[in-house]
Design a protein around this ligand. Structure first.
Ligand SMILES: Nc1ncnc2c1ncn2[C@@H]1O[C@H](COP(=O)(O)OP(=O)(O)O)[C@@H](O)[C@H]1O
Ligand SMILES: [Mg+2]
Length: 242
């Protein structure tokens, strides 16, 4: 079993706040990890360390055997890593296809071909009809679909997803979960998939990992983890139980 992502005793402070406290996690190649936790528990901070947007104060991280600490984030695409961010990243005065084409350009340097490929990926998520619209015209759900197409267009071997389902209706969530799941199944990619809602990932992931106040408090089989007393307690006082 090959370890694709290795997080070893990582701690991160923001001033007096300990956002991550000695977190260790190993993800095997092809494994899909759901990472959940209440607001402020350190989920995005952990992803941002894997994205080389933040450097751990202690510990280290590795993807495909490459030590990341302090690496240029631009190099991550060469390692086959793609991200979907908690807050959408859209270039509003470009078309939907152009937004996706920018990601394709990392491997297809011909602009015209990149745009044709982008349109194919947009069709895959059901946005083919909006390819030539300005991205500013998309609603929240469509923006999320576009970001999914953009991530898939990079053909990632490692996909880092942050709160893709937040603020969407049940039906929209189901659609997006299905699209992510079918990409992961067909590509065999490794993923860390962050959501805030405790029940949203149970059926989609191989393993569920829970952060609370920066500490990893549970790691295991999803159905078991959501019944873990420490996990339920961590979510008390939080509005999103299911
Ligand atoms: N850039 C930052 N500057 C200061 N504090 C931050 C910063 N990023 C995150 N934090 C703090 O670190 C903690 C973890 O945040 P975050 O990783 O965003 O949590 P989550 O994604 O689980 O909601 C929170 O207390 C948050 O306020
Ligand atoms: Mg977050």
């Amino acid at each position: 079993m090959v370890v694709e992502i290795r997080i070893d005793r990582v701690s991160k402070w923001f001033g007096g706040i300990k956002a991550l406290d000695n977190v260790s996690l190993e993800v095997s190649r092809g494994e899909v990890i759901g990472l959940i936790g209440p607001n402020g528990s350190g989920k995005t901070t952990l992803l941002n360390i894997l994205r080389c947007l933040l450097k751990p104060d202690r510990g280290w991280v590795e993807i495909s055997g490459v030590r990341l600490n302090g690496m240029d984030p631009e190099r991550l695409a060469d390692l086959g890593v793609a991200s979907i961010y908690q807050f959408p990243r859209v270039i509003k005065d470009l078309t939907v296809a152009e937004n996706v084409a920018l990601a394709v350009l990392k491997r297809q340097k011909n602009l015209w071909r990149a745009e044709l490929l982008a349109i194919e990926y947009l069709k895959d998520v059901g946005l083919g009809g909006k390819a030539h619209m300005l991205a500013a015209k998309l609603n929240r759900y469509e923006v999320r679909l576009m970001e999914l197409a953009r991530a898939m267009a990079m053909k990632p071997r490692v996909l880092l997803i942050d709160e893709l389902l937040s603020g969407l209706s049940e039906e929209e969530q189901r659609e997006i979960r299905g699209l992510v799941r079918s990409y992961l199944d067909s590509s065999g990619a490794t993923a860390i998939w962050v959501e805030h809602a405790i029940g949203s990932l149970v059926r989609e992931v191989d393993r569920l990992v829970v952060l609370n106040y920066g500490s990893l408090i549970a790691d295991g089989e999803p159905e078991k983890v959501i019944r873990d007393q420490r996990v339920i307690e961590a979510y008390l006082g939080s509005y999103t139980i299911a």
